[in-house]
Design a protein around this ligand. Structure first.
Ligand SMILES: Nc1ncnc2c1ncn2[C@@H]1O[C@H](COP(=O)(O)OP(=O)(O)OP(=O)(O)O)[C@@H](O)[C@H]1O
Length: 345
Protein backbone atom coordinates (compact mmCIF):
# COMPACT_ATOMS: atom_id res chain seq x y z
CA UNK A 1 0.00 0.00 0.00
CA UNK A 2 1.53 3.34 -1.08
CA UNK A 3 1.80 6.39 1.14
CA UNK A 4 -1.22 7.87 -0.61
CA UNK A 5 -3.35 5.07 0.77
CA UNK A 6 -1.84 4.84 4.23
CA UNK A 7 -4.67 4.00 6.60
CA UNK A 8 -4.30 5.79 9.92
CA UNK A 9 -7.61 4.91 11.51
CA UNK A 10 -9.88 1.97 11.04
CA UNK A 11 -13.34 1.44 12.49
CA UNK A 12 -14.46 -2.16 12.69
CA UNK A 13 -18.07 -3.02 13.48
CA UNK A 14 -18.40 0.06 15.70
CA UNK A 15 -21.65 0.32 17.61
CA UNK A 16 -22.88 3.04 19.91
CA UNK A 17 -25.98 2.00 21.82
CA UNK A 18 -27.80 4.08 24.39
CA UNK A 19 -29.48 1.90 27.00
CA UNK A 20 -32.56 3.91 27.88
CA UNK A 21 -35.61 3.00 29.99
CA UNK A 22 -37.71 2.71 26.81
CA UNK A 23 -35.28 0.34 25.09
CA UNK A 24 -31.92 0.30 23.31
CA UNK A 25 -31.36 3.27 21.00
CA UNK A 26 -28.92 2.08 18.32
CA UNK A 27 -27.41 5.42 17.23
CA UNK A 28 -24.50 3.72 15.45
CA UNK A 29 -24.97 0.09 14.57
CA UNK A 30 -21.99 -1.65 13.01
CA UNK A 31 -19.88 0.90 11.15
CA UNK A 32 -16.74 -0.13 9.22
CA UNK A 33 -14.66 2.74 7.82
CA UNK A 34 -11.05 3.52 6.95
CA UNK A 35 -9.43 6.93 7.27
CA UNK A 36 -6.40 7.58 5.06
CA UNK A 37 -3.54 10.02 5.61
CA UNK A 38 -3.96 13.26 3.66
CA UNK A 39 -7.44 12.31 2.42
CA UNK A 40 -10.92 13.46 3.33
CA UNK A 41 -13.63 10.99 4.19
CA UNK A 42 -17.03 12.64 3.89
CA UNK A 43 -19.83 11.23 6.02
CA UNK A 44 -23.28 12.21 4.75
CA UNK A 45 -26.86 11.40 5.67
CA UNK A 46 -30.05 12.96 6.96
CA UNK A 47 -30.46 14.24 10.48
CA UNK A 48 -30.40 11.49 13.10
CA UNK A 49 -28.55 8.87 11.05
CA UNK A 50 -25.62 8.71 13.46
CA UNK A 51 -22.98 10.99 11.93
CA UNK A 52 -22.22 12.99 15.06
CA UNK A 53 -22.34 10.03 17.40
CA UNK A 54 -19.80 8.28 15.13
CA UNK A 55 -17.41 11.19 15.63
CA UNK A 56 -18.09 11.23 19.36
CA UNK A 57 -17.14 7.54 19.42
CA UNK A 58 -13.81 8.32 17.74
CA UNK A 59 -12.93 10.78 20.48
CA UNK A 60 -14.55 8.63 23.18
CA UNK A 61 -16.80 11.50 24.21
CA UNK A 62 -20.11 9.68 23.84
CA UNK A 63 -22.30 10.88 26.72
CA UNK A 64 -23.75 8.38 29.19
CA UNK A 65 -25.60 6.04 28.95
CA UNK A 66 -24.02 5.52 25.52
CA UNK A 67 -21.80 2.48 25.16
CA UNK A 68 -19.16 2.05 22.43
CA UNK A 69 -18.39 -1.42 21.08
CA UNK A 70 -16.24 -2.77 18.25
CA UNK A 71 -12.74 -1.65 17.33
CA UNK A 72 -11.38 1.81 16.55
CA UNK A 73 -7.77 1.25 15.58
CA UNK A 74 -5.47 4.28 15.53
CA UNK A 75 -2.16 3.66 13.75
CA UNK A 76 0.37 5.97 15.37
CA UNK A 77 3.31 5.39 13.02
CA UNK A 78 5.63 4.24 15.79
CA UNK A 79 4.87 7.28 18.02
CA UNK A 80 4.62 5.08 21.09
CA UNK A 81 7.52 2.83 20.10
CA UNK A 82 5.36 0.17 18.45
CA UNK A 83 3.74 -0.32 15.06
CA UNK A 84 0.75 -1.91 16.73
CA UNK A 85 -2.38 0.26 16.54
CA UNK A 86 -4.08 1.41 19.70
CA UNK A 87 -7.73 0.41 20.06
CA UNK A 88 -9.52 3.54 21.24
CA UNK A 89 -12.54 1.51 22.37
CA UNK A 90 -10.39 -0.18 24.99
CA UNK A 91 -9.16 3.09 26.51
CA UNK A 92 -10.62 4.62 29.66
CA UNK A 93 -12.60 7.60 28.27
CA UNK A 94 -11.25 9.75 31.12
CA UNK A 95 -7.71 8.32 31.10
CA UNK A 96 -4.45 10.03 30.14
CA UNK A 97 -3.95 8.10 26.90
CA UNK A 98 -7.21 9.23 25.28
CA UNK A 99 -6.74 12.77 26.64
CA UNK A 100 -3.35 12.91 24.89
CA UNK A 101 -4.88 11.63 21.65
CA UNK A 102 -7.84 14.00 21.89
CA UNK A 103 -6.66 17.42 20.75
CA UNK A 104 -3.24 15.94 20.01
CA UNK A 105 -3.57 13.31 17.28
CA UNK A 106 -7.30 13.70 16.70
CA UNK A 107 -8.78 17.19 16.78
CA UNK A 108 -12.31 18.35 16.15
CA UNK A 109 -14.03 21.44 14.83
CA UNK A 110 -17.76 21.86 14.91
CA UNK A 111 -20.60 24.09 13.89
CA UNK A 112 -20.59 26.46 16.81
CA UNK A 113 -17.08 27.76 17.61
CA UNK A 114 -18.25 29.36 20.86
CA UNK A 115 -18.49 25.80 22.19
CA UNK A 116 -14.76 25.31 21.59
CA UNK A 117 -13.70 28.46 23.39
CA UNK A 118 -14.11 29.69 26.91
CA UNK A 119 -15.62 33.17 26.81
CA UNK A 120 -13.45 34.42 29.69
CA UNK A 121 -9.99 33.71 28.23
CA UNK A 122 -8.31 35.30 25.23
CA UNK A 123 -7.95 33.35 21.99
CA UNK A 124 -4.18 33.43 22.50
CA UNK A 125 -4.30 31.98 26.01
CA UNK A 126 -6.51 29.13 24.84
CA UNK A 127 -4.36 28.27 21.85
CA UNK A 128 -1.18 28.50 23.93
CA UNK A 129 -2.70 26.24 26.58
CA UNK A 130 -3.49 23.60 23.93
CA UNK A 131 0.04 23.81 22.54
CA UNK A 132 1.57 23.54 26.03
CA UNK A 133 -0.56 20.49 26.70
CA UNK A 134 0.47 18.58 23.58
CA UNK A 135 3.50 20.08 21.83
CA UNK A 136 6.07 22.00 23.91
CA UNK A 137 6.80 23.10 27.49
CA UNK A 138 8.32 26.38 26.36
CA UNK A 139 5.85 29.26 26.77
CA UNK A 140 7.61 31.59 24.32
CA UNK A 141 7.71 28.91 21.68
CA UNK A 142 4.04 28.16 22.32
CA UNK A 143 3.24 31.85 21.75
CA UNK A 144 5.25 31.89 18.52
CA UNK A 145 3.51 28.72 17.30
CA UNK A 146 0.15 30.27 18.21
CA UNK A 147 0.79 33.42 16.17
CA UNK A 148 2.04 31.27 13.33
CA UNK A 149 -1.05 29.12 13.21
CA UNK A 150 -3.39 32.14 13.30
CA UNK A 151 -1.47 33.49 10.33
CA UNK A 152 -1.73 30.15 8.59
CA UNK A 153 -5.52 30.12 8.84
CA UNK A 154 -5.62 33.57 7.27
CA UNK A 155 -6.29 35.80 10.28
CA UNK A 156 -5.15 39.37 9.86
CA UNK A 157 -3.07 40.92 12.69
CA UNK A 158 -2.48 37.59 14.41
CA UNK A 159 -0.59 39.14 17.34
CA UNK A 160 -3.50 41.43 18.08
CA UNK A 161 -5.96 38.52 17.73
CA UNK A 162 -4.03 36.56 20.35
CA UNK A 163 -5.11 39.19 22.89
CA UNK A 164 -8.78 39.24 21.86
CA UNK A 165 -11.72 37.39 23.40
CA UNK A 166 -13.93 35.06 21.32
CA UNK A 167 -16.90 37.47 21.35
CA UNK A 168 -14.72 40.16 19.73
CA UNK A 169 -14.34 38.12 16.55
CA UNK A 170 -16.81 37.80 13.66
CA UNK A 171 -18.40 34.39 12.99
CA UNK A 172 -15.98 33.57 10.17
CA UNK A 173 -12.95 34.69 12.20
CA UNK A 174 -14.10 32.64 15.17
CA UNK A 175 -14.38 29.63 12.89
CA UNK A 176 -10.82 30.26 11.69
CA UNK A 177 -9.64 30.61 15.30
CA UNK A 178 -11.26 27.28 16.17
CA UNK A 179 -9.57 25.63 13.19
CA UNK A 180 -6.29 27.20 14.33
CA UNK A 181 -6.76 25.77 17.80
CA UNK A 182 -7.59 22.34 16.40
CA UNK A 183 -4.54 22.41 14.14
CA UNK A 184 -2.14 23.90 16.66
CA UNK A 185 -0.92 20.46 17.75
CA UNK A 186 -0.50 19.04 14.23
CA UNK A 187 -3.22 16.41 14.52
CA UNK A 188 -3.04 13.50 12.11
CA UNK A 189 -6.85 13.45 11.97
CA UNK A 190 -9.20 16.44 11.90
CA UNK A 191 -12.90 15.80 12.45
CA UNK A 192 -15.11 18.55 11.04
CA UNK A 193 -18.77 18.21 12.08
CA UNK A 194 -20.93 20.57 9.98
CA UNK A 195 -18.27 23.28 10.47
CA UNK A 196 -19.74 25.78 8.04
CA UNK A 197 -23.50 25.36 8.37
CA UNK A 198 -23.88 28.52 10.44
CA UNK A 199 -21.79 30.70 8.13
CA UNK A 200 -22.91 32.77 5.18
CA UNK A 201 -22.09 31.39 1.75
CA UNK A 202 -18.94 33.42 1.03
CA UNK A 203 -17.37 32.75 4.40
CA UNK A 204 -18.42 29.10 4.10
CA UNK A 205 -16.50 28.79 0.82
CA UNK A 206 -13.42 30.39 2.39
CA UNK A 207 -13.44 28.07 5.38
CA UNK A 208 -13.88 24.98 3.15
CA UNK A 209 -10.99 26.17 1.01
CA UNK A 210 -8.91 26.66 4.14
CA UNK A 211 -9.57 23.10 5.35
CA UNK A 212 -8.64 21.75 1.90
CA UNK A 213 -5.42 23.80 1.77
CA UNK A 214 -4.37 22.75 5.24
CA UNK A 215 -5.09 19.11 4.47
CA UNK A 216 -2.86 19.26 1.43
CA UNK A 217 -0.03 21.12 3.14
CA UNK A 218 0.08 19.10 6.32
CA UNK A 219 -1.10 15.69 5.06
CA UNK A 220 -3.82 15.63 7.72
CA UNK A 221 -6.68 13.18 7.30
CA UNK A 222 -10.07 14.87 7.48
CA UNK A 223 -13.40 13.37 8.45
CA UNK A 224 -16.01 15.75 7.12
CA UNK A 225 -19.53 15.32 8.46
CA UNK A 226 -22.42 17.03 6.72
CA UNK A 227 -25.93 16.57 5.38
CA UNK A 228 -24.99 18.65 2.33
CA UNK A 229 -23.99 16.64 -0.74
CA UNK A 230 -22.70 19.76 -2.47
CA UNK A 231 -20.13 20.21 0.28
CA UNK A 232 -19.33 16.49 0.13
CA UNK A 233 -18.57 16.80 -3.60
CA UNK A 234 -16.23 19.71 -2.95
CA UNK A 235 -14.40 18.28 0.03
CA UNK A 236 -14.22 14.48 -0.11
CA UNK A 237 -11.94 11.85 -1.57
CA UNK A 238 -14.05 9.00 -0.19
CA UNK A 239 -17.65 9.14 0.99
CA UNK A 240 -19.68 7.09 3.45
CA UNK A 241 -23.45 7.49 3.19
CA UNK A 242 -25.10 6.72 6.53
CA UNK A 243 -28.66 5.69 7.22
CA UNK A 244 -30.07 4.63 10.59
CA UNK A 245 -26.68 4.12 12.24
CA UNK A 246 -25.25 2.10 9.36
CA UNK A 247 -23.07 2.84 6.35
CA UNK A 248 -25.22 2.01 3.31
CA UNK A 249 -22.75 3.02 0.61
CA UNK A 250 -19.02 3.66 0.81
CA UNK A 251 -16.82 4.50 -2.15
CA UNK A 252 -14.68 7.21 -3.77
CA UNK A 253 -16.35 10.54 -4.47
CA UNK A 254 -16.46 10.17 -8.29
CA UNK A 255 -18.13 6.78 -8.13
CA UNK A 256 -20.62 8.07 -5.58
CA UNK A 257 -21.76 10.92 -7.79
CA UNK A 258 -21.53 9.17 -11.16
CA UNK A 259 -22.40 5.58 -10.39
CA UNK A 260 -24.31 5.47 -7.10
CA UNK A 261 -25.91 2.13 -6.33
CA UNK A 262 -27.89 2.32 -3.10
CA UNK A 263 -31.49 3.56 -3.50
CA UNK A 264 -30.95 5.92 -0.54
CA UNK A 265 -27.86 7.50 -2.14
CA UNK A 266 -29.75 7.86 -5.42
CA UNK A 267 -32.67 9.48 -3.62
CA UNK A 268 -30.33 11.89 -1.82
CA UNK A 269 -28.68 12.83 -5.11
CA UNK A 270 -32.08 13.37 -6.74
CA UNK A 271 -33.07 15.70 -3.95
CA UNK A 272 -30.33 18.29 -4.45
CA UNK A 273 -30.10 20.83 -7.25
CA UNK A 274 -26.34 21.46 -7.34
CA UNK A 275 -25.13 18.03 -8.36
CA UNK A 276 -27.74 16.90 -10.84
CA UNK A 277 -26.25 17.88 -14.18
CA UNK A 278 -29.41 17.84 -16.27
CA UNK A 279 -32.36 19.99 -15.38
CA UNK A 280 -34.65 17.33 -14.03
CA UNK A 281 -37.28 17.67 -11.38
CA UNK A 282 -36.02 17.39 -7.86
CA UNK A 283 -37.57 14.69 -5.78
CA UNK A 284 -37.73 14.70 -2.03
CA UNK A 285 -37.34 11.43 -0.18
CA UNK A 286 -40.74 10.39 1.05
CA UNK A 287 -41.21 9.69 4.73
CA UNK A 288 -38.75 10.30 7.54
CA UNK A 289 -35.86 8.41 9.07
CA UNK A 290 -37.36 5.96 11.59
CA UNK A 291 -36.36 6.39 15.23
CA UNK A 292 -33.49 3.98 15.89
CA UNK A 293 -35.18 2.05 18.69
CA UNK A 294 -36.98 -1.30 18.59
CA UNK A 295 -36.54 -1.49 14.83
CA UNK A 296 -37.78 -4.47 12.84
CA UNK A 297 -35.16 -6.65 11.21
CA UNK A 298 -34.15 -6.16 7.60
CA UNK A 299 -32.97 -3.18 5.62
CA UNK A 300 -33.29 0.13 7.53
CA UNK A 301 -34.43 1.91 4.36
CA UNK A 302 -37.22 -0.63 3.71
CA UNK A 303 -40.09 1.65 4.71
CA UNK A 304 -39.03 4.40 2.27
CA UNK A 305 -37.51 2.42 -0.58
CA UNK A 306 -39.27 2.27 -3.97
CA UNK A 307 -37.48 -0.95 -4.87
CA UNK A 308 -38.07 -2.83 -1.62
CA UNK A 309 -39.34 -6.39 -1.96
CA UNK A 310 -41.52 -7.74 0.82
CA UNK A 311 -40.23 -10.99 2.25
CA UNK A 312 -36.72 -10.28 1.00
CA UNK A 313 -35.57 -6.85 2.14
CA UNK A 314 -37.40 -7.08 5.47
CA UNK A 315 -36.53 -10.71 6.15
CA UNK A 316 -33.02 -10.38 7.59
CA UNK A 317 -30.38 -7.75 8.22
CA UNK A 318 -28.49 -6.74 5.10
CA UNK A 319 -24.69 -6.90 4.97
CA UNK A 320 -22.39 -4.28 3.42
CA UNK A 321 -20.95 -5.94 0.32
CA UNK A 322 -18.02 -4.89 -1.88
CA UNK A 323 -19.74 -4.80 -5.29
CA UNK A 324 -16.67 -3.51 -7.16
CA UNK A 325 -13.13 -2.70 -6.01
CA UNK A 326 -13.50 -0.22 -3.16
CA UNK A 327 -17.26 0.20 -3.71
CA UNK A 328 -19.35 -1.09 -0.81
CA UNK A 329 -23.16 -1.21 -0.84
CA UNK A 330 -25.71 -2.46 1.68
CA UNK A 331 -28.62 -3.50 -0.56
CA UNK A 332 -29.92 -6.95 -1.49
CA UNK A 333 -31.40 -5.70 -4.78
CA UNK A 334 -28.03 -4.32 -5.92
CA UNK A 335 -26.41 -7.54 -4.79
CA UNK A 336 -28.87 -9.76 -6.71
CA UNK A 337 -28.55 -7.60 -9.86
CA UNK A 338 -24.79 -8.01 -9.68
CA UNK A 339 -25.01 -11.75 -9.22
CA UNK A 340 -27.38 -12.03 -12.20
CA UNK A 341 -24.96 -10.06 -14.36
CA UNK A 342 -22.13 -12.34 -13.29
CA UNK A 343 -24.16 -15.40 -14.18
CA UNK A 344 -25.03 -13.96 -17.61
CA UNK A 345 -21.40 -13.05 -18.36
N1 LIG B 1 -26.78 11.60 24.16
C1 LIG B 1 -27.72 10.91 23.53
N2 LIG B 1 -28.61 10.15 24.20
C2 LIG B 1 -29.55 9.43 23.54
N3 LIG B 1 -29.68 9.41 22.21
C3 LIG B 1 -28.83 10.15 21.48
C4 LIG B 1 -27.80 10.93 22.08
N4 LIG B 1 -27.10 11.56 21.10
C5 LIG B 1 -27.68 11.17 19.94
N5 LIG B 1 -28.71 10.34 20.17
C6 LIG B 1 -29.57 9.72 19.11
O1 LIG B 1 -28.74 9.00 18.25
C7 LIG B 1 -29.20 9.09 16.90
C8 LIG B 1 -28.09 9.61 16.03
O2 LIG B 1 -27.81 10.96 16.37
P1 LIG B 1 -26.68 11.84 15.66
O3 LIG B 1 -26.61 13.13 16.42
O4 LIG B 1 -25.43 11.08 15.53
O5 LIG B 1 -27.29 12.08 14.23
P2 LIG B 1 -26.71 13.02 13.07
O6 LIG B 1 -26.70 12.18 11.85
O7 LIG B 1 -25.42 13.61 13.48
O8 LIG B 1 -27.82 14.12 12.97
P3 LIG B 1 -27.67 15.70 12.79
O9 LIG B 1 -27.31 15.90 11.34
O10 LIG B 1 -29.03 16.22 13.13
O11 LIG B 1 -26.60 16.17 13.73
C9 LIG B 1 -30.43 10.00 16.95
O12 LIG B 1 -31.58 9.19 16.95
C10 LIG B 1 -30.29 10.75 18.25
O13 LIG B 1 -31.55 11.06 18.78
Amino acid sequence: MGRQEEVILEMKDVKVHFHLDEGVLKAVDGVDLRIKRGKTLGIVGESGCGKSVTSQALLRIVPKPGEVQGKILLYRGGKDGTDEPVDLVKLDPRGKQIRDIRGGEIAMIFQEPMKAFSPIHTIGNQIIEAILLHTTDDKEEAYRLGVNILQKVGMSNPEQRMGEYPHQLSGGMRQRAMIAMALSCNPSILIADEPTTALDVTVQAQVLQLINDLKEKSDTAVIFITHDLGVIAEMSDDVAVMYLGKVVEYTDVDTLFHAPKHPYTKALLNSIPSVSMEKKRLESIEGTVPFPMNLPQGCGFYSRCKHAVDGVCNAADVPLVEVAAGHHVRCLMVESERTEQEVEA
